[in-house]
Design a protein around this ligand. Structure first.
Ligand SMILES: [Zn+2]
Length: 87
């Protein structure tokens, strides 16, 4: 069974729907638009989510910018050296 067809059981017709047009996979199996879980429950189809923001991966991550993380050892040494100079 490789063809994607609606597997909704049409009890009155004693057969599966078998529609192959615009089927999508749901938790209950492949369903045509007329037999989605929402359609069977009498609810409107949930709208598509917003998905990824447009610039999600175009902004450099601060974690990949070495300037955001100066070497902590060097920073500690500099602080010690400053103290030695001033005291
Ligand atoms: Zn169907």
């Amino acid at each position: 069974m490789t063809a994607r067809a609606c597997t909704h059981w049409l009890g009155s017709e004693h057969r599966c729907c078998q529609t192959q047009r615009s089927v999508r996979h749901y938790l209950t199996g492949w369903r045509c638009p007329a037999h989605t879980p929402a359609a069977l429950a009498g609810h409107p189809e949930p709208p598509p989510g917003p998905g990824m923001p447009t610039g999600a991966w175009t902004t450099p991550s601060p974690h990949s910018d070495s300037r955001a993380h100066p070497n902590p050892h060097r920073a500690a040494q500099a602080a010690v050296n400053d103290q030695e100079v001033t005291t």
